[in-house]
Ligand binder design. Structure first.
Ligand code: CDP
Ligand code: MG
Length: 162
């Protein structure tokens, strides 16, 4: 297989966690992604079951923080977002900032809204491969809607898209 160019249709999963819902900052966070030029291709408001959390957090199985994390994630609904764009998994991770809000640079979501390593406001997939697995947990394929932003030309140069 030849090395493929970055995919402008790459997708990633973001969860706006119960602390984002409780604090009423869901709109502000979605705004950041829209203003960056990232395309929203799926959105759901949902309470998470134990089963869905076990699937989602499979990589953290056995870690000491997992039981408390699951309790926190079940406290209130979350907003699940499917986001699309060039290198979107990496870009969204950078916008979220490192896990512990105390270490997160100002200007990142966690840097601006979190003082904790547990109530971290957002989840984002660690890379495009993880995103594929995680998106399938939260969205059926028909619930992700492809569309073109009419202002795409202003967010990307033509040679970045082809
Ligand atoms: O969310 P991120 O990918 O940055 O971090 P993670 O290491 O994959 O951990 C997932 C989530 O577990 C974090 O966002 C925290 O909510 C929680 N966590 C925690 O409560 N205590 C820790 N020591 C580490 C993570
Ligand atoms: Mg993680």
């Amino acid at each position: 297989m030849t090395m493929s160019k970055p995919n402008p249709k790459e997708r990633t999963l973001v969860l706006l966690k119960p602390d984002a819902v409780q604090r009423g900052i869901v709109g502000e966070i979605i705004d950041r992604f829209e203003q960056k030029g990232i395309k929203l291709v799926g959105m759901k408001f949902m309470k998470l079951s134990d089963a869905i959390l076990d699937r989602h957090y499979a990589e953290h199985k056995g870690k000491p923080f997992l039981p408390k994390l699951k309790t926190f994630m079940r406290k209130l609904p979350v907003v699940a977002l499917a986001l699309e764009g060039l290198e979107v998994a990496r870009v969204v991770r950078a916008m979220c900032g490192p896990t512990d809000g105390k270490n997160a640079p100002a200007g990142t979501i966690r840097g601006d809204y979190s003082m904790s390593r547990s109530t971290t406001v957002v989840h984002s997939s660690s890379d495009a491969k993880a995103a594929k697995r995680e998106l399938a947990i939260f969205f059926k394929s028909a619930e992700i809607v492809s569309w073109e932003r009419p202002d795409a030309d202003y967010f990307y140069a033509a040679d970045e898209l082809n």
